[in-house]
Write a protein that binds this ligand. Structure first.
Ligand code: APR
Length: 178
């Protein structure tokens, strides 16, 4: 599995899956969440409401992931995940790692071959880009090692700013190639 990082707008990614940095309500918000819903169109919110009505009536837990269609986005699916919120004292790296591994589980079960991730929790939820990069790269590399027969061939971190990209490039270069 190839793991790469680039600067860009995740709503333009034509990967099979685009991961949304959502909140537990799944009813939209700002940042990535706002951009994805705006680009996907109102059908995405309708599908999220259906997820709330069926699979997750009390909301999506932190660290969990759930798929919907992608509306007008070039992607085939949106996988919504909820990062830990540092402002609320949620600083458990395992919970943040779970956002990435559960999103890959869900993507793999869908038969996705490529997945684009934003820097989950590095915006409104107040985590440092450095910590998110370290946790995300380690989580994805570990998942790849445990799922060698998965259809997922490419994971792309799509970062909105040069500073966040630099942290992911550092994290990707840091470890020996696992
Ligand atoms: N493409 C890629 N990255 C983006 C985009 C975009 N279009 N827009 C923002 N980002 C970056 C931010 O700069 C940040 O580095 O994604 C990272 C995550 O930021 P947020 O979107 O704020 O996500 P998060 O920190 O997980 O907070 C989630 O914010 O938008 C609300 O509804 C959302 O309540 C939830 C919370």
């Amino acid at each position: 599995m190839r793991i790469e990082a680039e600067q860009g707008d995740i709503t333009t990614q034509d990967t099979d899956v685009v991961v949304n940095a959502a909140n537990s309500s799944l009813l939209g918000g700002g940042g990535v969440d706002g951009a994805i819903h705006a680009a996907a169109g109102p059908v995405l919110l309708a599908e999220c409401r259906e997820v709330r009505r069926t699979a997750w009536p009390t909301g999506l837990p932190v660290g969990e992931a759930v798929a919907t269609g992608a509306g007008r986005l070039p992607a085939l699916w949106v996988v919504h995940t909820v990062g830990p919120d540092a402002r609320a004292g949620q600083r458990d790296r395992g919970l943040l790692a779970s956002c990435f591994t559960r999103s890959l589980d869900v993507s793999s079960d869908l038969g996705a071959r490529s997945v684009a991730f934003p820097a989950v929790s590095a915006g409104v939820f107040g985590w440092s880009a450095a910590d998110v990069a370290d946790v995300a790269v380690q989580a994805v590399r570990g998942w790849a090692g445990d799922h060698r027969d998965s259809p997922v061939e490419l994971v792309r971190f799509v970062l909105f700013s040069p500073g966040v990209l630099a942290e992911f490039d550092r994290a990707l270069g840091a470890d020996t190639q696992a």
